[in-house]
Structure formats: structure tokens, C-alpha cells
Design a binder for this molecule. Structure first.
Ligand code: F0G
Length: 487
């Protein structure tokens, strides 16, 4: 792939990302008045998941299923082969998985969490079985605990330092991994899980050297190594940027090196290949057979796995496009731009800039709000109120209660502002930086939230909250004072 495209210099010296695509299909957005935004928050329980897109201006909730598709992906969807069994669309996807991920056997699943469900049911044999991982993802944890398993998160201390400059905060703590397996006994470790670009700590990558070290421990104890490859492309891009050994490597080489170190690779195609669906792949026939039985049970026949054939075609093309550094670099470069703009204004952000989105440190922005009143949820609601931009709470609201029903407070209280691939323009990103800077300067007006409806599982999706005081009205009054009748 053309590495020269990855960074283009301006004569003026200005350091801004340049789009290497053009826009051919557009969607109108809705920037509704601030009073309507407050009403929408009340209707949606101050939970940004529950907002209607009719009330959302820039949708930075997630990159999941919202990355822009390429013309080639859309074109491929038109040649889909509708067949329950033996579809040629699936054959094309299988070939793409073999070419890009270098795995022979592919089990299709309807999205990433379905892969997590299958891995958990297949491999958690006894209550208390332990799955070491660099860090949990919400759905991975929910499936593991659903089947009686436990997890342990083994990051280095640096990962919890929000304003660190460490290039690989997603690295697994190798010494701790060795000690945990020794202490627990390999028989009670169904697998080790490595998540590419560790989502919940700010989209932070691991290095290939670290993955090699994890592989050594997996071999030492005879434990399977599972790679969550949902954000693999961006992790590979940051390896090229930050790990000197790979400075001249291609995306294809880096991706093959990473997947080659894992026994099982699973992914959300909603992220990895800018489409919808998911997959589990391996080169080990025995593993494929073990997992295969669950696909018809939960997903669908083995040549569609609950995914529409049209999406399977888009997935296949999207997998190949993951090898294009000039495409993959777009989201991380925009994120870096946004993070650097906000850091320059004094807003506490997760650094170094990672992937998926820019992450605001709500623990510091809302230092006056106790964790019992969900500072990241409050910041997400406040930011939507004053900008129409929908981010996602990644803090204690996203945590689940422990076995005894007690709250577990998150290590980090973050507001994630997702930057899906090739969706936003630079002026939109500048608007986000502008409004966040204003909110930071008026942060003392943000107040806490309390639960009024709390679902028992994955409560952050549909939970309902309410402000603990009339702080939203006070924030609106200040907004009107500073912005007049601007939306
Ligand atoms: N693993 C990772 C690292 C993820 O980020 C996600 C989803 C999944 C697994 C589950 O995949 O949604 O297809 O079932 N992350 C989305 C997000 C939801 O917004 O970060 P899924």
C-alpha cells in the first residue's frame, strides 16, 4: 500500500489531516435548538444511547456499524448470492479472511458479542474459571460472567495514567500474567484474551513485542490465546507509527504478524471491516470443530451466521480495505487532531491519542461530581445539551454491579467521542473542539446524575437517569448568555 499517503505536509506548516477520499453520498443532519435537546435528554433518561438521531447533530456515540462504506463495498453488496447453504458470498468472505487474517477456518456470527458468547459457552467449563486479559470490554465481560467465569485485567500501571505518553498502554503485564496462571493452574484458564486497541481505556494499542511475550506465556502453560481483532486495523497502524521494528512494514505484514500469534481471532465486523456482522477464525481444525456446533444453534447456518449476504459481501471487501494504510489512518489522525486541540486548551484528555475516538477525562473535568453521581454520564449529557454532539459514557454507568449487587466504580470515568472512519469533516471536528472547550471553562455548572431505572444486564444501554438538581437549566442560561441565539 502507498505509505506516502499516510502524511502530507502543508506549505503553510499547518499540521492537519487531509482526506484521501471524496464524498459522494451525504445525509442531512439535525442541529435542533437547545430547549429541544433538553427535552430529548429527559425523554431519553439522560442516557445518550436513548436519543433519537432526529435530535442528534454529530453522532459520536460509536464507530460500530457507522463507519462510511466505500463505493466498492456498496457495489459488492449488489452481487450477493442469496443461499441458505454454500453461498458464494460466504466463499468470498472466507477467502478474504484467509488472505487478510491468514486463518483458514471462519465461523460467521451476527456481531462481535456473538463470538464472545460462543467462546464463553464452549470454553468456560467450571464456575470460577479465570480469563486473563489486558482489559475487559463490556460485552466480553458480560458473556464470561453469564457462564460462571471470572476475569482478571493485567495492564501495566502506566495504562491507568491518563495523561501518559506511553505508546502502548494496551500492553499485557507479562509478569502478572505468568504469576496468575501459575497460581490459578492452567486447567482453570480457558483462554487468554488480548484486545487490540483496548477500547475502555481510551483505544490504546499493544505492541507486537508484547503480543509475542504473551504468546510465550501461552505456550509455556499450554493455554489458548484469543485475539479480539475488532480494532485490529488501527492497532496495526499505530504499531507502524510507534514500534520501530515495524516502521517500514506494510499493514498486511503487521496484521499477519498479529493474527499469526493467536490461536483464535474474533471480531466485530461492525468495526473491523466497516460493515455489519462478525466472525471467529482459526487455523486449528479441532478448535473450529469445537466452536462450529454453536453457530447453527445461536446464529444461523455456517455459511451466513445470521448475517445478510449483502453485508457478507461488504465485509469481504472491507477486510481487504483494512490493508490500506491511507484509509485506516484517517480516523486515528482526526482523533489525534481533536485530542491535541483540546489538550492545547487545557482539557484533560486520554493521551497519547488512540483509536476509535477522543476520550475526555471526566474524573478531572467533573472533579466536583462524586463517582456515585456518575461524572462521565453527566459530562456526556451536558456535552450533548450544549452541542447536539452525542458521545458515549465509558465509566461507572458502563460497569456492572458485582455478584452481591454492589456498585463497582470504573478505573476511569471517560466521555468517548467516537470518530468513525471517513464520516466527519474537519470543520465538524473543530466545532466539537470549540464546544468542548466552552464546556470545560463552564464545567462547574455540570451536576451529577442518579439512576431512576436500572436494567440488570448491560445497564448502560437502556438505563434511565435524572439530574440530581436543576443544573441543566443553569447550563442553558450560561450558554444563552455566551452564544445568544446561536444553536
Ligand atoms: N470487542 C470490542 C473491542 C468492541 O469494541 C466491541 C464493540 C465488541 C467486542 C462487541 O462487538 O458490538 O459487534 O457485538 N464495541 C462497540 C463500541 C459496541 O461502541 O465500542 P459487537
Amino acid at each position: 500500500m502507498n505509505k506516502n499517503n499516510a502524511k502530507i505536509k502543508f506549505y503553510s506548516g499547518e499540521d492537519i489531516p487531509l482526506e484521501l477520499h471524496k464524498v459522494r453520498v451525504v445525509q442531512k443532519l439535525h442541529l435542533v435548538p437547545i430547549e429541544r435537546r433538553l427535552a430529548a435528554l429527559h425523554e431519553g433518561g439522560f442516557n445518550t444511547f436513548r436519543l433519537s438521531t432526529l435530535d442528534v447533530f454529530l453522532d459520536m456515540l460509536t464507530d460500530s456499524g457507522t463507519n462510511a462504506m466505500s463505493d466498492k463495498q456498496v457495489a459488492a453488496m449488489m452481487q450477493a448470492d442469496d443461499a441458505y447453504a454454500g453461498s458464494q458470498s460466504f466463499a468470498r468472505l472466507q477467502k478474504a479472511a484467509e488472505d487478510v487474517l491468514k486463518k483458514k477456518y471462519l465461523l460467521p456470527v451476527h456481531q462481535g458479542r456473538a463470538a464472545e458468547n460462543i467462546l464463553a459457552i464452549a470454553y468456560i467449563k467450571e464456575k470460577g474459571d479465570l480469563i486473563p486479559m489486558n482489559y475487559h470490554f463490556t460485552t466480553a465481560l458480560a458473556h464470561i460472567t453469564q457462564y460462571g467465569g471470572r476475569i482478571v485485567e493485567l495492564l501495566y500501571d502506566e495504562a491507568y495514567n491518563i495523561s501518559s505518553q506511553h505508546p502502548f498502554k494496551g500492553n499485557m503485564n507479562i509478569e502478572k500474567l505468568d504469576a496468575v496462571i501459575k497460581e490459578t493452574g492452567a486447567a482453570h484458564i480457558p483462554f487468554i484474551r488480548m484486545e487490540a486497541s483496548t477500547n475502555l481505556i481510551g483505544g490504546q494499542p499493544f505492541s507486537i513485542q508484547n503480543l509475542r511475550d504473551v504468546r510465550k506465556i501461552a505456550d509455556k502453560y499450554g493455554v489458548r490465546l484469543v485475539l479480539d481483532a475488532s480494532l485490529l486495523g488501527e492497532n496495526a497502524y499505530l504499531v507502524i507509527q510507534r514500534e520501530p521494528e515495524f516502521a517500514n512494514a506494510t499493514m498486511a505484514e503487521v496484521i499477519a504478524t498479529m493474527t499469526g500469534l493467536a490461536d483464535i481471532v474474533y471480531f466485530s465486523a461492525r468495526k473491523l471491516s466497516s460493515s455489519r456482522g462478525g466472525g471467529i477464525c482459526t487455523n486449528d481444525l479441532a478448535i473450529s470443530r469445537e466452536l462450529e456446533a454453536f453457530v447453527p444453534l445461536f446464529e444461523g447456518f455456517l455459511t451466513y451466521g445470521g448475517i445478510s449476504v449483502r453485508e457478507i459481501e461488504a465485509m469481504a471487501v472491507g477486510l481487504y480495505e483494512t490493508l490500506d494504510e491511507s484509509m485506516i489512518c484517517q480516523s486515528p489522525q482526526y482523533i489525534a487532531y481533536l485530542v491535541n486541540e483540546l489538550v492545547a486548551k487545557g482539557v484533560p484528555m486520554v493521551t497519547p491519542p488512540g483509536v476509535l475516538g477522543a476520550h475526555v477525562d471526566a474524573m478531572r473535568v467533573c472533579a466536583h461530581i462524586p463517582q456515585t453521581q456518575y461524572p462521565a454520564g453527566a459530562l456526556a449529557a451536558a456535552f450533548y445539551l450544549i452541542s447536539g454532539v452525542r458521545g458515549m459514557e465509558r465509566g461507572s454507568v458502563s460497569n456492572q454491579r458485582d455478584e452481591d449487587g454492589n456498585e463497582t466504580y470504573a478505573d476511569m470515568e471517560l466521555l468517548r467521542l467516537a470518530v468513525p472512519r471517513r464520516v466527519f469533516t474537519l470543520s465538524q471536528i473543530k466545532y466539537v473542539a470549540d464546544r468542548m472547550t466552552w464546556l470545560y471553562e463552564n464545567r462547574n455548572l455540570i451536576g451529577g446524575l442518579k439512576f431512576v431505572y436500572e436494567p440488570p444486564v448491560l445497564r448502560f444501554f437502556m438505563g434511565g437517569l435524572a439530574p440530581v438538581s436543576d443544573w441543566p437549566e443553569k447550563l442553558i442560561a450560561k450558554f444563552k448568555k455566551d452564544f445568544g441565539d446561536s444553536l
